[in-house]
Design a protein around this ligand. Structure first.
Ligand code: FES
Ligand code: FES
Length: 133
């Protein structure tokens, strides 16, 4: 299987890796198929995501998709971040091999989980806004 140059770049030099002190929301998701775990931290000011960090315990594609996903939502509104699909993350990476599609799904879910946590902290029921996780 061949990875695109962008996937290799984000795997070798992942953006926004780490933890965040005092995040506005944290989402952690796991993939039952492979056991990988992704944790996403967001900082929200107004309705804008001003900072994003992630920690992924998983395969190279999971690391590359989390890295790309953080870049795609940083500076965006929460509303826009919720519209980010795994398809869009894959396209931004110039594609993934079929067996690695589920890794990009993890990235989409981790963002949604972080936003859901943010809403909960605001006393807002996230389900109608984020959907079932
Ligand atoms: Fe090997 Fe996910 S299946 S790290
Ligand atoms: Fe499981 Fe990539 S193989 S997230």
């Amino acid at each position: 299987m061949a990875y695109s140059e962008k996937v290799m770049d984000h795997f070798a030099n992942p953006r926004n890796v780490g933890e965040m002190k005092d995040p506005s929301g944290v989402g952690e998701v796991g993939n039952s198929r492979c056991g990988d775990i992704m944790r996403m931290y967001i900082k929200v000011e107004g309705d804008t995501i001003t900072d994003v960090k992630f920690k992924t315990f998983g395969c190279g594609a999971a690391i590359a998709t989390s890295s790309m996903a953080t870049e795609l939502i940083k500076g965006k509104t929460i509303e826009d971040a919720l519209k980010l699909t795994n398809q869009a993350v894959m396209e931004a990476l110039d594609g993934l091999p079929p067996v690695k599609v589920h890794c990009s799904v993890l990235a989409e879910q981790a963002i949604k989980a972080a936003v859901a946590d943010y809403y909960k902290r605001q006393g807002i029921d996230p389900t109608p806004l984020v959907g079932e996780l």
